[in-house]
Design a protein around this ligand. Structure first.
Ligand SMILES: Nc1nc2c(ncn2[C@@H]2O[C@H](COP(=O)(O)OP(=O)(O)OP(=O)(O)O)[C@@H](O)[C@H]2O)c(=O)[nH]1
Ligand SMILES: [Zn+2]
Length: 347
């Protein structure tokens, strides 16, 4: 499938442009990964949709990555990422998986009805911060809620710099407040629990235009036509929406920095405690305890901070253990291999 699309429409930005050497600028083809199949990436250039086999060098690439290709459409290199969402793989094998790269803005979607939950929003903010992506909290179902303003200001209190909007996700004019982040050149992603209105919001942002663009038709190995969903969609407003399945099941793993950034106020208080190893329980001169007593700090926020910090530590420990185990296993295989070769050679 060939199609004309500008690099800007694909989400190209100066951050990537400045990584190009002069000869790359002149001769290389710039491509963005739009979908991953089992054995190949589907990449979009400004004039064609191409397939690229996945090999050991490219195994850790993901949707949203920018690549440079040579004149034969072979990989030269992947450009440095601006941001990256990772997740712990499902099951006991706690291996990190790359989920989406080069997202600019994450819409943290939460509904204003019974599902409204500040601690859950904080969890998503930690993920956004860890990925180096700007979060925007999008509160849906404003039409079903009488105290939308109170809830908006409760979210705003989590962080005075945070952008918070409320919408009726079904209504296009209500979603115009998202225009700042959905312009051409921008890449966005959505995160939120089930039923909060993510699909509704995507449909509203998409209008009716994505039908053909959202699908990739290709021949499978038996010559049959198959249609697969793209993980990247082009919004009529100009932005690129990265919607990989894994985005919706993101977990906290090895993201201490993301949690600390989300709870910068708690971190700042903790740094003022008299003892540097203060546990913030009964120690004298504890700023956290003082802030709780004066109601400057919400006990819910402190307990969620502790919970998320320990959750990510637990998941990172599993990652580290996994790596150590893999290493030990690798060594064992090598030793056994050497031993068996020795046996075969009759040593
Ligand atoms: N009244 C109202 N209903 C909404 C709004 N946003 C979503 N809904 C409804 O809420 C229900 C769930 O919305 P979805 O868009 O399917 O939610 P989702 O987040 O995509 O859910 P998953 O696919 O399970 O992740 C649907 O019936 C929507 O019509 C809103 O702003 N106002
Ligand atoms: Zn303390």
């Amino acid at each position: 499938m060939n199609s004309l699309i500008s690099l800007h429409q694909l989400g190209w930005q100066p951050f990537f442009q400045q990584q190009l050497a002069l000869d790359e600028y002149e001769h290389a083809t710039i491509a963005r990964i739009v979908t991953i199949h089992r054995n190949e990436y589907v990449v979009q250039t400004n004039h064609a949709t191409l397939k690229l086999a996945i090999d050991t060098e490219s195994a850790s690439f993901t949707v949203g990555d920018w690549l440079l290709l040579d004149t034969n459409n072979l990989l030269i290199r992947r450009l440095e990422r601006k941001s990256l969402f990772r997740r712990k793989a499902a099951g006991s094998a706690a291996k990190a998986q790359q989920i989406a790269a080069n997202v600019d803005t994450l819409f943290v979607v939460c509904s204003l009805n019974h599902d409204f939950n500040l601690s859950r929003i904080e969890r998503y903010l930690a993920l956004a911060h860890d990925a180096q992506v700007e979060p925007v909290v999008v509160l849906t179902k404003q039409d079903m809620c009488n105290d939308a303003e109170d809830k908006c200001s409760a979210v705003q209190q989590l962080d005075p710099m945070l952008r918070v909007v409320s919408v009726d996700a079904r209504d296009q004019s209500s979603c115009l407040c998202l225009a700042d982040w959905t312009q051409q050149g921008q890449s966005i992603a959505l995160l939120g629990s089930s039923g909060v209105g993510k699909s509704t919001l995507v449909n509203t942002l998409m209008g009716q235009t994505d039908q053909q663009i959202g699908e990739i038709r290709q021949d499978d190995s038996k010559g049959r036509h198959t249609t697969t969903a793209r993980s990247i969609h082009f919004l009529p407003s100009g932005a690129v929406l990265i919607d990989t399945p894994g985005m919706r099941e993101l977990q906290l793993a090895a993201c201490e920095q993301g949690v600390k950034q989300t709870f910068a106020d708690v971190e700042a208080l903790a740094s003022q405690c008299r003892f540097s190893d203060c546990q913030h329980t009964t120690e004298p001169g504890c700023s956290i305890q003082q802030a709780l007593a004066s109601k400057a700090l919400d006990p819910r926020r402190l307990s969620n901070y502790r919970k998320l910090l320990s959750e990510q530590a637990r998941n990172s420990a599993t990652l580290a253990e996994r790596r150590a185990k893999d290493k030990a296993f690798g060594k064992m295989v090598k030793t056994v291999g050497t031993a068996s070769r020795h046996v075969k050679k009759g040593y």
